[in-house]
Design a protein around this ligand. Sequence first.
Ligand SMILES: Nc1ncnc2c1ncn2[C@@H]1O[C@H](COP(=O)(O)OP(=O)(O)O)[C@@H](O)[C@H]1O
Ligand SMILES: [Mg+2]
Length: 75
Amino acid sequence: MGKTQIAANLAIALAQAGKSTVVVDLDLGGSNLHSHLGLPNRHAGLGDYLRARTADLKDLLVETSVDGLRFIPGG
Ligand SMILES: Nc1ncnc2c1ncn2[C@@H]1O[C@H](COP(=O)(O)OP(=O)(O)O)[C@@H](O)[C@H]1O
Ligand SMILES: [Mg+2]
């Protein structure tokens, strides 16, 4: 309860403190970190990468509305 929300807020706080930050959604069965970051769901995520290596890992990075914060979806 609130784990993903805490992860999202910690990532936002680190980025706002000037740290270049990447937050990764590892909840592959029910990933919803994107919604906590105000982002739409995306098809390419860590699950796709692990299952089929369909993408280069760095191509999974999604820019967020917070300066210095990027995100890797779970899906
Ligand atoms: N995008 C969002 N913005 C605000 N609250 C959210 C959002 N998504 C989920 N919540 C709510 O935040 C609470 C904690 O959710 P979450 O952190 O995803 O739980 P979990 O511990 O399962 O990861 C839940 O009550 C959920 O309804
Ligand atoms: Mg969660």
